[in-house]
Structures are given as structure tokens and as C-alpha cells.
Design a protein around this ligand. Structure first.
Ligand code: FES
Length: 378
């Protein structure tokens, strides 16, 4: 394993620390959409707390020096930041691969051209559905679907590579075959068939979004058929709801191993939901360097390696594949961040978590709490 370039050996660490592969920058929590599955924290950060352009640029430079290879500009809606092209250009100048994660509703041809000129390489556009009615049901934003199609066309015209992020809930599963057609029509080379991950607002609305096991089985068949039929034309990623999984996911490649997340105000997190772990304290880029936080920050050290793992995980043959699963999910479902991830079939809670998902899907509760922007003091 390689140490972080330019850093002294970390003698106290029980595990070797490699440079992070990717950094997700939540440039802002502002967003015109109010998606019921948004993974942002329920307590959003206001514009007055956001890092300045110069602070983001400095952070991007530090990230490149640390060894980060990819930067993902996200939000909220990242295009709500007027300085986005400046930040993209700065990232490119540091040698970082740039990806924009956007709803698309604020992207017109002029913005797409500015982003492409700045060097943006890839954009991922979120589609909560492919009908206006279904899209509005999730986003509480009328007219959004047409704007997404326009954004895709503009970015394609500007030469930016596209991925369609098709977010799946029990309300749109039946339109999955048409989603592959839409992906091809908009010129995407990749589609993510991404079942909602239940964090933040998504967790709050889980009962209103969860698909049934029958829907999941059907969807898996559709994906299998489409992968064979569209091989070489459209790459298809498929993410199932964790609650129906047998093995936990290696959340973000393992805690503190490959990924870091930056909130709009510059708090550096091991994952986007980490602030739900109230036993941890998190550092700000306004107080410490990125390398210092990555190497020595207490939150990153908390669940690195296997020392924290419960006995069943530490002796598991999969521990260096799934890295113990997801700590935020363990907290949400088992009440303890260092518990076995209940989506693992070895967990004593596994059967009850699946049963809960099935019951929620069957209850067919369709009332959603839409993302509401309140400037919550942090
Ligand atoms: Fe936090 Fe998985 S989202 S560890």
C-alpha cells in the first residue's frame, strides 16, 4: 500500500492509509427541487455558511496534492453556485477528473458551454421518473422533466459525457424498460438504475418509496435482459435497496479508505450521512489541512480497519470486501454505529429489516415529506 504522497509515516495508525480516490463537494444545499428521496441531511446548511470561491479552490488544490483523482461537484444543486465553471477549471488545472452531479433544471446551453469550456468531463443527470406526473410526485417541482431533457441536450451538444441516474422507487419501477430508451435518446453512455438509498430525506420517506420484493425481482429480470441486449451501447449499473440485500455494500469502498465528502461549509466527512453519528466530531477545512484531517482526524480513524468491528465481522471472510458495510445504516437500523450492518444476513436483525421493508411496501403509504430548506444553525 502507498502512503499519502509527501506525508510522514503514520506510526500510530493500525492500518496503512492510502490517498483518497474521490472527493464529493457539496457546493451548496440550495436546490429548486424538493425531492423526497434527497440524501442531504434533514438539517440543511444555509448559503451564508458556504465556502467562498477561494476556499473551494484552495481545498481542490489540497485534494490534488493529497492524491485525490476524481472530484464530484454535487449539492443541493451545484449549478446554483455561479462560480461553478471557475471551480471546474481550477480542478482541471490541478489534474483532477471532474464530474457534475446535477438535477439539470438550471442548466441551459450557455451554462453547458461554459462548463465544457472549463474542462468538465462528465455529468450525471438525475431522473426521478420519465413522466412529468411521476417526476413532480417526487420533486414537488412542476415542469422539471422538460428542463432535464433540455439540460441533457445542452451538455451533449457541448461535448460533455453523460450518465442518466434513474432513481427507482415503487412509483416508477414499471417504467424501467422505457428508461433505457430515454437514456439512449439523450445520448447517455451509462445509466445507473439506482434504487433509493435511505439516508437523510430518503430515510424520512422510506415507507412512501420502498419497492416490494416482487417489484425488485421483476426489475432484476429487466436489468439482466437489457444488459445482454444493450451490451456495447449502454453500460448499466444496478443498485438494489440495501434492505433486500443478503450482503452489505462496501459503503463508499470502506470508511476512510477511498472517499471523502465536503459539506457546503467545509466540514470534511467520511461519508455524506456521517453527521448522523453523534458520537463523532468532524473537522472543518477552515481549521485544519485536508491531509491532516484525512490522516489524523478522529472521525476518519473511528471505523478504519477492523479494530472497531463486532466479533462476527472481524472474523468474517468478507471483511476486506465489504469493510463492515455501512455505519450510518447500522446506526439507523440497529441503533449503534458499531453494530453489524443489519443488511448483512449474518446480523440478528437481518430478517426483521427485510420484513419491515416488505410491510412498508405493502402498506402503500404515499404521503411524502418534501425537502424543505431551513437554514439550520450547525
Ligand atoms: Fe455513512 Fe455508509 S453512508 S457509512
Amino acid at each position: 500500500m502507498n502512503a499519502v504522497p509527501g506525508s510522514p509515516p503514520v506510526e500510530a495508525a493500525a492500518v496503512a492509509i492510502e490517498p483518497p480516490l474521490a472527493m464529493l463537494c457539496e457546493l451548496t444545499h440550495r436546490c429548486p427541487l424538493r425531492c423526497s428521496y434527497c440524501s442531504n441531511p434533514v438539517a440543511l446548511e444555509g448559503a451564508s455558511h458556504e465556502l467562498s470561491t477561494a476556499e473551494w479552490q484552495d481545498l481542490l488544490s489540497q485534494a490534488a496534492r493529497l492524491g485525490v483523482l476524481q472530484v464530484h461537484f454535487s449539492g443541493g444543486e451545484p449549478t446554483a453556485r455561479r462560480d461553478l465553471p471557475v471551480l471546474v477549471r481550477h480542478a482541471v488545472e490541478q489534474g483532477l477528473y471532474t464530474n457534475l452531479i446535477t438535477s439539470g433544471v438550471l442548466v441551459d446551453q450557455a451554462m453547458a458551454d461554459r462548463l465544457a469550456e472549463a474542462g468538465l468531463e462528465h455529468a450525471q443527470i438525475g431522473f426521478p421518473d420519465i413522466t412529468e406526473e411521476g417526476s413532480t410526485l417526487i420533486t414537488a417541482f412542476k415542469g422539471g422533466l422538460a428542463r432535464k431533457y433540455a439540460a441533457a441536450a445542452a451538455l451533449k451538444q457541448a461535448g460533455v459525457a453523460l450518465t442518466m441516474n434513474a432513481v427507482i422507487t415503487r412509483h416508477n419501477v414499471e417504467r424501467l424498460p422505457q428508461m433505457f430508451e430515454v437514456a439512449q435518446q439523450i445520448g447517455a453512455r451509462r445509466i445507473e438504475v439506482a434504487n433509493v438509498q435511505y439516508y437523510g430525506w430518503g430515510l424520512l420517506n422510506r415507507a412512501a418509496l420502498m419497492p416490494s420484493p416482487q417489484q425488485l425481482a421483476w426489475m432484476t429480470g429487466v436489468v439482466t435482459e437489457a444488459r445482454a441486449r444493450l451490451k456495447g451501447q449502454l453500460a448499466i449499473d444496478y443498485v438494489i435497496p440495501d434492505y433486500y440485500a443478503k450482503r452489505p455494500k462496501a459503503c463508499l469502498g470502506g470508511w476512510g479508505r477511498q472517499f471523502l465528502n465536503v459539506t457546503p461549509s467545509g466540514t470534511i466527512l467520511p461519508c455524506h450521512a456521517a453527521e448522523t453519528l453523534k458520537n463523532l466530531s468532524f473537522d472543518s477545512i477552515r481549521d485544519r489541512s485536508l491531509a491532516d484531517i484525512w490522516l489524523h482526524g478522529s472521525a476518519f480513524a473511528a471505523y478504519r480497519g477492523d479494530a472497531w468491528m463486532p466479533k462476527g465481522c472481524r472474523s468474517c471472510e468478507h471483511k476486506e470486501t465489504d469493510w463492515g458495510g455501512c455505519r450510518c445504516q447500522a446506526l439507523a437500523l440497529a441503533g449503534k454505529a458499531d453494530a453489524m450492518d443489519p443488511t448483512c444476513e449474518q446480523s440478528p436483525l437481518h430478517a426483521s429489516v427485510r420484513a419491515m421493508a416488505e410491510q412498508e411496501a405493502a402498506a402503500n403509504i404515499n404521503t411524502m415529506t418534501y425537502r424543505t430548506f431551513t437554514d439550520t444553525a450547525r
